[in-house]
Design a protein around this ligand. Structure first.
Ligand SMILES: *Cc1c(COP(=O)(O)O)cnc(C)c1O
Ligand SMILES: [Zn+2]
Length: 373
């Protein structure tokens, strides 16, 4: 299996020592890897994300809890009918399991004994869980106002939790400082995380009979699911498995929309924004490190950005819950965006979106939002 790590900005190639997380020029690192994957081989394999193992740059001794192959269900909302991938069903309660499974498998292969990660919650839960499975010690940095269910979950896995006051950026800085001496298992910087989230694309293609939906509506905070999906569909197109790319529609909260703003202004990098509070804590990222890549991916597919209001998020959350879908407020923001997009879609357009995280992660917050309405 051959792969290399290179800078997305200047192209410089690096050995992967698990400690370096970006190029000396400041650029984020990408993984160059050309999979040799044949859809004909997956029949009969277990229904988890490792059924696409020839497309994944790790060996056979993987760290797994059997996650993956989440159902792709038709869900009727009052304004639209969408295909919704049930990512809240992963062992840690969000799609972050995909990235953490790959990243921790890779670090385990390298013999790493200790990792650091920072997260607004779910990535920390996933990294802590897979590190626990692998017997890797783990320090997780979170903003002080992270949902109690998420911090409890992180600590339950045996990780050391560090609550950092102030804006999200302070948390990232504290983690960076800690990561100068051990592996930085960053869902944002590590290109291995995206090798995991790309299985989202492989699953959708298989579930649609190795075809591509017209449109994918996905969250864009740091864009870890969106970029993974983009990589996955591109690989399948290069390999001739599918013949086109889905249009990518990226959803942000209007309260924190540096990418939607940049897209509207024709900029290539995230816009500077004054973020205000949003119920969609999972996508409240004011300065996304891979923002330029997210903008480029959306443009390359002829897609666009949507920014949803707090009222839309609350209304969507209520509709989902009353329909039996207990999902995080962040996930409701994505569904609000998908329903808004669907109003402008062509008749018969196949639109795939996701329930990204489980409501049990934020039960108190959900109760608060629903009683305010
Ligand atoms: C992480 C997360 C998102 C957004 O992912 P980004 O990588 O920041 O775009 C959306 N929903 C949930 C539940 C998440 O945990
Ligand atoms: Zn560089």
């Amino acid at each position: 299996m051959t792969w290399s790590v290179h800078c997305s900005q200047c192209g410089r190639v690096y050995d992967d020592d698990a400690v370096r997380f970006r190029c000396d020029c400041g650029g984020v690192l990408d993984l160059l890897f050309e999979p040799h994957f044949d859809p004909g081989t997956v029949a009969g394999r277990p229904h988890d994300l490792w059924r696409y193992r020839e497309a994944l740059p790790v060996g056979r001794d993987v760290v797994t809890m059997g996650g993956g192959c989440t159902p792709l269900l038709t869900v009727a909302f009052h304004t639209a009918t969408l295909l919704v991938k049930q990512e809240q069903l992963f062992p840690t309660g969000s799609y972050k399991d995909r990235g953490a499974a790959l990243l921790i498998s890779h670090l385990h292969e390298l013999g790493v004994r200790r990792v650091v990660e920072d997260s607004s919650g779910n990535a920390g839960c996933a990294v802590a869980a897979y590190a626990a499975r692998a017997g890797i010690a783990c320090d997780i940095y979170v903003p002080a106002d992270t949902s109690p269910a998420k911090t409890a979950q992180i600590e339950a896995y045996g990780a050391t939790l560090h609550r950092i006051p102030g804006p999200r950026e302070e948390t990232a800085e504290a983690a960076l400082e800690a990561a100068t001496t051990c592996a930085y298992a960053s869902h944002v910087y590590s290109p291995w995380f995206l090798q995991g989230t790309k299985t989202f694309a492989y699953e959708i293609a298989e579930q649609l009979g190795w075809t591509v939906p017209d449109t994918l509506v996905l969250p864009a905070g740091n864009g870890t699911l969106l970029l993974g999906a983009f990589i996955g569909f591109e690989e399948m197109r290069w390999a001739g498995i599918v013949d086109q790319m889905p249009r990518l529609i990226a959803v942000q909260a209007a309260a924190c929309a540096p990418l939607a703003d940049a897209f509207a202004k024709g900029m290539e990098r995230p816009a500077e924004v004054h973020a205000t509070h949003t119920a969609a804590e999972g996508i409240a990222i004011a300065a996304p490190a891979r923002g330029a890549q997210v903008l480029a991916a959306v443009r390359a597919t002829g897609g666009s950005f949507l920014a949803v209001s707090e009222q839309e998020i609350a209304a969507s959350l209520k509709e989902c819950c009353l329909g039996g879908w207990f999902i995080e407020p962040t996930s409701a923001a994505v569904i609000a965006g998908a329903c808004r997009y669907a109003e402008t879609a062509a008749p018969g357009e196949t639109i795939v979106t996701a329930f990204t995280g489980h409501g049990l992660k934020a039960a108190a917050k959900i109760a608060e939002i629903l009683t305010q309405r």
